[in-house]
Design a protein around this ligand. Sequence first.
Ligand code: NAP
Length: 299
Amino acid sequence: MSGRPTVAWLGLGRMGTVMVERLLDAGFEVGVWNRTPERAEPLLAKGATRIATLADALDHDLLYSMVLDDGALGRLHDPDDGLFSGAGGRATTWIDGSTVSVAAAGRAARAAAAAGLGYVSAPVSGNPGVVAAGRAIFAVSGPEQDVARAAPVLDALGRATHVVGAGAEANVVKLATNGLLAVVMQSLAELVVLGEKAGVPRDRLLAFINDSAVGSPFSTYKTAALVGLDFTPTFTTEGQRKDVRLALDLAAGLETPMPVLSTTEVAFSRTIASGLGAGKDLAAVLLTAARDAGLALEA
Ligand SMILES: NC(=O)c1ccc[n+]([C@@H]2O[C@H](COP(=O)([O-])OP(=O)(O)OC[C@H]3O[C@@H](n4cnc5c(N)ncnc54)[C@H](OP(=O)(O)O)[C@@H]3O)[C@@H](O)[C@H]2O)c1
């Protein structure tokens, strides 16, 4: 590989689409594949090329996947019609940015190794807006030479990479981070409901929290949803629960009690099962907290 690597991008959801836009803006040559091919159209108009089959993706220097979950990642390396079902190509390294389990990353890494490719776990912290602004960060793990090959692309995509190991450690880091994010979201929801029942409007309470030591970039950018009740998803309640469950599965396998995260899983499940927050942004756990407290919310 010489010069800037060519990239085969697999998965054009909310995250994948903005990530490809960043690479195109930075001058990378990007081929794109998505299970639902129509979602590629806007990127084709911006200069990406279409990859017809997963096996064709190997005609690029790097593979980069950004798909929903363990099942979707497994689909990519399906033995019958997945990435490694064809004659191969010049690809050296598969980078995966999806939030998946350690076990799924291991299966993908083994499939890549059998085809002679290295595998890098590179889950991302940052929603689509954060990615678009160039402020995403990556937890990265994999063999040193493959991490080095991934570096030019990761540098173009975000503001920092944190190399945390040579295997699937990055997946662990991401699950821990998203576990914390879910707990913070649920706590914010409960506490703004408490505040409002006690007579403090949500915007005032959140303005103070955001200015305090426990405020964060996350609490600040979720304030608009919590105050304005606009739950257009940056990340859905279902997606967030998926990550919480992956962290709880990891914990169960390692005999590590997670009392707070377990309760948070229930809160997300109630929000999804009741229909209050299904398909909505993860901040919609507010709706369940308010209903449980008998509080009518107004934007
Ligand atoms: N959104 C965020 O704020 C955020 C932040 C950090 C990390 N993440 C992680 O990034 C990943 C992508 O998130 P997203 O928000 O972009 O999700 P999304 O908008 O729901 O997109 C999911 C992508 O996965 C594909 N997919 C789903 N099931 C598949 C299957 N069985 N086979 C092949 N492809 C499949 C979808 O294809 P179709 O178009 O055909 O449905 C789509 O391209 C997830 O692991 C998520 O946890 C998200």
